[in-house]
Structure formats: C-alpha cells, structure tokens
Design a protein around this ligand. Structure first.
Ligand SMILES: *Cc1c(COP(=O)(O)O)cnc(C)c1O
Length: 403
C-alpha cells in the first residue's frame, strides 16, 4: 500500500507522452464490476475499460486460465504454433461464419490485417485498379496509420504526412450516397455494425442489407469491424448475427481478451488463401498467454445464458435511465444494443457528456462518453443486478449535482 501510494497522478505528466488525459484517481484493484482506487474508494464500473472487461475484473475463469498458462509457457512467436492459439481459433470458427483466423494484439492490428487482406485479394483476383476502400464518417477503426485513415474522423489522421490512399468516406446510413459512389473499383467496404466511438449509432436494416447487396454487385468485400460490438456485447456473439448480414471479413478485439491484449481477423478459407506465407505477420500475434485467456472468455461468453443475460441487463439499464430521465429531462434518447448503450443528451445539455462523466466519478461511478453529447455504458456482460442498481443510483446523484 505505502509503495503504491507514492505513485501519484502527477507522475503521469512527468513521464508519460501526453496523448491521454487520465482521471485523477488511480485504480489499483477490481472485482466483478467494482473497482477500488489507491485511497480505497469504491467505484461501480459501467465503463468496463471501454467495452473490454466483458466478464468484469478478475473473473475466476480468466484468473485460472492466465495462472495455469503462466506456469506452462508464455511465448513462442509464430515460428511455432501453440495449443491455446489452435483451440481458440477452433472455437472462434465454431461461433461464427469464419473458417480461418489471424491473431493480432489489438483492434487496430486486426483491422490492419483485414484491410491488407482485402487489398491483396483485389490485386490477386481483379488487378491493381480495384483498390478503393469505402468507409463511413464518424467510424472508428484504430490508430495505426492505415486504420486511422479509414476511420471517419479526419482530426485523428491529419498532421502525420501523406496518408494511405484511395480511401473514401461516406455518411453512415445513407443508402443513396453509397449507391451513387460505389463502383467496380471498390475493393472493400469497412464498417462498424453499430458505430461505437462515433456516438452509438445503429445501422438501419435497409442500410446494412443494401451494403451487402452492393458489395456483391460490385465484387467488393464487406469488412465488419466488430472490435467494440463483438464477443457478446450486443447480445449475439457477434453483432452481425443479430443483423442477418454476414461479412466476408470480421475483426474482433477488446472483449475478446476480457482485459488481456488480443485481437483477431476472421475470414473465409477462400479469402485466407491470399495471405500466403510471408505476406503478413506479428511477433506476439497468437501468444499462448493471450490465447489461453481469450479461450476462457469465449467459453463463458458463448454460453446461451450469458448472451441472454446481456438482453436482461440491457432492459435494466434502459429502465433505470428512463427513470433518471423522467426526473431530470436530460436525455433525448437511449440508444444502442445489448450492453453497448448511449444516452444522448438533449438540446439543453449539449456538450456536457464529459461533465456527467466527471460528476459520476465523484459519486463513485465510472462511465464513458462517445463524443461530446453521448454518455456511454459498456459494463461487464455479467454485471450483477445489485451492481447495476447501485451504479444507476450513483448516476442519479451525479446528475442531481449538475442540474
Ligand atoms: C477500440 C476500437 C478499435 C481499436 O482497437 P485498439 O485495440 O485500440 O487498437 C477499432 N475499431 C473499433 C470499432 C473500436 O471500438
């Protein structure tokens, strides 16, 4: 304790690259959906490490998996394969359309692999002119230079010199704009099947179906970025399963490791042939420790009870947020799916999402924002009813301090 207490938030400014502005408190312990800071203050966690801690903190299944594997073997590189990676890949192909898996360490890297596969496929099968990537405004796909360029917020990709080329951004949910633009030059469409960072925006059924039809018509690949929506978050194992539209390539990360860094790019056997030996790779990708944890996570999350539980918890959140709204008239709507929810602030409260986050922190509740006008909730998928109720009551108190 004493040693921990010497490490203070002020040290961040001294030794860390200032690309983040973390909260004042420093969490040191977590259990389920509860977290404690250095001073022993307790928090309810509705943030889940940004849709990562899908089984809460220190879930016994994850602790067992990491401990057991830590005593066996940690790392090999891809010069050899390993048992956890093979078992995890098999499980991922069992729970979704995919037949082949490429492991990475993060969402951005999974997306990087997806984009490189699409470009390589197009070059192999159709020739070099088929290189256009279509993506959507407000979309988010990670921070590597290719993925951040495909993401739909120029503020994130500007200022780093020449960008990877032939990337087009269109408005999300705008069928006419897509119909007018897509052509046989289009290599792939990359999209989130529910925009997370962009403000918790669901695609309309017509939009997502039209995207698939237009991809088929123009021989373009459909890439679903399920880094945030995947691994049970929306109540299906992958969100595409609730939309009835199957992509050709799917990227997954965040909740896949439940708090251990791992990402994966999933695809069909046919497409996978285009990433031959030597075309792509990763030193840590498929690391045994990471795969052992992810395997435990997939085992728990893929159980029908866990997925059904997400929908029950969604109902509790929606009920609670509606009651808070009846009291304070702060939200224009509660949107999203499963435990990827956004409470959009109404006219009067525009720009104040961060105020809500800070006030919640003061009451012992961790929430997220998605832009300036949406308070975002991405808690553990197995958060208890009591933790939900406690958290909502803290949110109520937090908002009371703002009105
Ligand atoms: C978080 C996120 C990413 C980036 O994942 P990292 O692990 O931070 O690289 C990519 N796409 C979506 C949709 C995300 O939410």
């Amino acid at each position: 304790m004493t040693v921990e207490n010497k490490v203070e938030r002020s040290l961040f400014n001294e030794v860390m690259v200032p690309c983040y502005n973390p909260m004042e408190m420093i969490p040191v312990k977590g259990e389920g959906a509860r977290v404690w800071d250095q001073q022993g203050r307790e928090y309810i966690d509705f943030a889940g490490g940004i849709a990562v801690s899908c089984l809460g903190h220190c879930h016994p299944a994850m602790v067992n998996a990491v401990t057991e594997q830590a005593n066996k073997i940690w790392h090999l590189s891809n010069v050899m394969t390993n048992e956890p990676a093979l078992r995890l890949a098999k499980k991922l192909t069992d729970v979704c359309f995919a037949e082949k898996v490429f492991f990475a360490n993060s969402g951005a890297e999974a997306n990087e692999a997806a984009l490189k596969l699409a470009r390589r496929w197009a070059a192999d099968v159709h020739g070099p002119e088929k290189s256009e990537i279509i993506a959507f405004k407000q979309g988010f796909h990670g921070r590597t230079f290719f993925t951040v360029t495909v993401g739909g917020q120029e503020a994130y990709s500007d200022g780093f010199g020449p960008k990877p080329g032939d990337v087009t951004h269109l408005p999300y949910n705008d069928i006419a704009a897509l119909e007018a633009h897509i052509s046989d030059r289009t290599c792939a469409i990359m999209m989130e099947p529910l925009q997370g960072e962009g403000g918790i925006i669901s695609p309309t059924s017509e939009f997502v179906n039209t995207v698939r039809e237009l991809c088929d018509k123009h021989n373009a690949l459909l890439i679903f970025d399920e880094v945030q929506t995947g691994n049970g978050r929306t109540g299906n194992f992958y969100a595409y399963q609730g939309l009835g539209v199957t992509p050709d390539i799917l990227s997954t990360a965040k909740s896949l490791g439940g708090g251990f860094p791992i990402g994966a790019m999933l695809t069909t056997s046919e497409l996978a042939t285009h990433l031959k030996v030597g075309t792509h790779g990763s030193t840590y990708g498929g690391n045994p420790l990471a795969c052992a944890v992810a395997e435990a996570v997939v085992d728990v999350v893929s159980q029908p009870e866990t997925l059904a539980g997400v929908k029950e918890r969604e109902a509790l959140f929606r009920d609670g947020l509606t009651k808070i709204n009846d009291k304070y008239q702060i939200f224009s709507e509660v949107r999203g799916k499963g435990l990827l929810l956004g409470a959009a602030l109404n006219e009067e409260w525009q720009g104040r999402a961060r105020d809500v986050l800070v006030a919640a922190g003061e009451q012992g509740l961790m929430v997220l924002v998605a832009g300036a006008n949406v308070v975002r909730f991405t808690p553990s998928l197995v958060i208890t009813t009591q933790e939900i109720e406690e958290g909502l009551s803290k949110l109520d108190k937090a908002i009371a301090t703002l009105v």
